[in-house]
Design a protein. Structure first.
Length: 279
């Protein structure tokens, strides 16, 4: 890489960071909360400074934090962070998605008390943002690096998302443990899914073989959605269900195999996070 190219990259990153700081309510809120916590809990002060307070933007903090979690003896955090920064510079949609995801975690998880908590502690959020980097690598045809990072994401967070899967914005992955999303899966905006959800295939078939989850869908813990099936907009899948066929929009299904048990009262169940089934 030439000196000029490196200088151009730095300039671009600075612009991205400055744009993120100006009027960035989420980042300002994180800084305020973390500053207060660092004063309250002396043991955490060094950790909070290195992960948040020393950084100039949410993108900067995220790249540092994710890189440190994905690093291994054979993959340094500096190299991982460089890849993350390349992705953030090249595709501004990643930053936009990150903020919408943070808001989803903050608004839909009753245990979440600030924007800082998902950024610092929630592996569902960490896995989702890490996937966004692997997806960028996949689109760049850097397949081996994408697969290597997919493996590290699975090891570090217990979440396995194929880099080729297409996932929208405002996604909430609660707890994260055991979530699997296959290669040809599509997850649209404003979807919520809980731990041990599988969006998988039905065997060793090739081609387009994974679920398509439309906007506003809520998928309960342990649900398995298998095959190239569509989960319609605003639908709800009950915990532990096995879905092998299309689900109509604004329909609630549950059971093994799943059956329709009613309609959804909410326009977007993923936002309301109400797991009760119709009477």
């Amino acid at each position: 890489m030439s000196i000029q190219a490196s200088s151009d990259e730095n300039s671009t990153m600075n612009r991205v960071q400055q744009q993120s700081v100006n009027g960035d309510f989420v980042w300002q809120s994180i800084l305020k909360d973390v500053s207060q916590e660092a004063k309250k809990e002396a043991i955490l002060a060094s950790f909070l400074h290195s992960t948040v307070l020393k950084h100039s933007s949410l993108e900067d903090a995220l790249s540092f934090h994710i890189a440190s979690k994905l690093a291994s003896p054979n993959l340094s955090p500096m190299l991982i962070r460089k890849v993350i920064e390349e992705a953030l510079i090249d595709d501004v949609n990643i930053s936009d998605a990150m903020r919408k995801d943070l808001k989803a975690f903050r608004e839909r998880d009753p245990a979440c008390n600030s924007y800082a908590e998902p950024l610092l502690y929630y592996k569902g959020f960490h896995a989702l943002q890490s996937y966004r980097i692997t997806h960028w690598l996949w689109k760049q045809e850097r397949f081996q690096l994408a697969l290597l990072l997919q493996n590290r994401i699975s090891e570090a967070f217990g979440v396995d998302i194929h880099p080729a899967a297409r996932i929208g914005k405002g996604i909430f992955i609660d707890h994260g443990t055991g979530v699997v999303i296959g290669e040809t899966a599509i997850v649209e905006d404003k979807v919520s899914l809980l731990h041990e959800v599988t969006l998988g295939g039905t065997g060793n078939e090739s081609g387009d073989r994974h679920p398509k989850v439309h906007q506003g869908v809520l998928i309960g813990a342990g649900a398995k959605i298998l095959g190239n099936v569509h989960i319609g907009e605003g639908a709800k899948v009950g915990a532990g269900s096995v879905v092998l066929a299309d689900v109509a929009p604004h329909t609630t299904v549950t059971g093994v195999p799943s059956k329709v048990v009613g309609s959804t009262d909410e326009i977007e169940p993923a936002i309301e996070m109400d797991h009760h089934l119709p009477d």
